[in-house]
Design a protein around this ligand. Sequence first.
Ligand code: GSH
Length: 376
Amino acid sequence: MKQKDPNAPYQLHGVNISYFTGKLEAYLRYKDIPHELNDGYDLGRVFFHTGIKKMPAIETARGQWLYDTTPTIRWFETVYPDISITPKSKALSFISLLLEDYGDEWLWRPAMWWRWMPPVSRRALGTRIMRGALGAPALWWYFAQRQSREWLWGDGMSKTNSDSIRDMYFEELEFLESVFAKQPFILGSHPSAADFGYFASMFRHFGNDPDPAEIMRARAPHTYAWLARLWDTKAHDLGTTQKWVFPKGRHWTPLLDRIANDYLPYLQANAEAFRDGKKRFDFVGKNHTFRRTKTTFYRVWCLEVLQRHFRALNARERARVDALFAPVGKISKILSTRPISADMDDLYDLPKPSLKGSHITLTSPRGWRLGAQPRN
Ligand SMILES: N[C@@H](CCC(=O)N[C@@H](CS)C(=O)NCC(=O)O)C(=O)O
């Protein structure tokens, strides 16, 4: 009999079509952590308790709060350490975190493309969200416009690069299909942080929204099966003998290229723009160009955390990571540069007691700052 968790059961505040709610739900299900989905669009309530206006958020049985899926999962791993989602090898563990971050942040844009650009998905999801949030499904077009303006046309997308954002989905399917032809999860026999990072876009967006879901069924049956597998697998059923597999094979190369030559340079450019006080910047990567893309405060912290994990590796493990990326570029250059601090460590040191609205004042500059949300 397991020891009773005094923080359980957990209330998961989120929505069943949300990118990040799906990621966290999959993790809670996998670890068999007692929780209940409080399905609703009540971001006001989450903000009242946490100062963060994003979903999902977790409320513990003791009235403490967790938000942001990455540090939330990290905390749960300390409470439920059995059958860890962190591979034993430090180098592979770093790669799992890098893939989680890439899945969370880099696949957000194509997930937005596939939800808000194709007319059928746009209307279907707009209707569902406006019905849930305001009881006004007829206003679907308003939300569709807000999202495509905020995340696509107003964030570095133009007619010139729209197709390449669309195609990011196909590139990921190609990679995942090859991986799942060989093994059940991205890094071996058990899910790691990488699976949960990828799950966010793949489950609640690509595998759910009418247009991309049909494409997945037709072109990527292994990936479709992985979605159901991860959703349905309990860690204790898989057992404690974990077989982790270090990335190997040519099917990894395009993904490693995207990480080394687009995603990490993007994070670095974003951090520099933040340091220089720029609200927007031109990003020119190897495979993608985003003109006047928005500077994202939160992603400055993402890079800082990755750099911290990379610095914590010993020389041998670093060399292993470097060797993996060697055919496409050298990632240690960005990962070893002096971090630009987002000063957000304290914000994500979880769990936290409820703020009980104490931060909501019209005059306090801190209240203002928390009110202006990091974008993801
Ligand atoms: N980094 C955060 C991201 C959370 C996030 O962006 N959530 C989206 C839904 S998937 C949201 O709450 N959006 C509300 C809005 O943009 O107004 C996490 O990992 O939890």
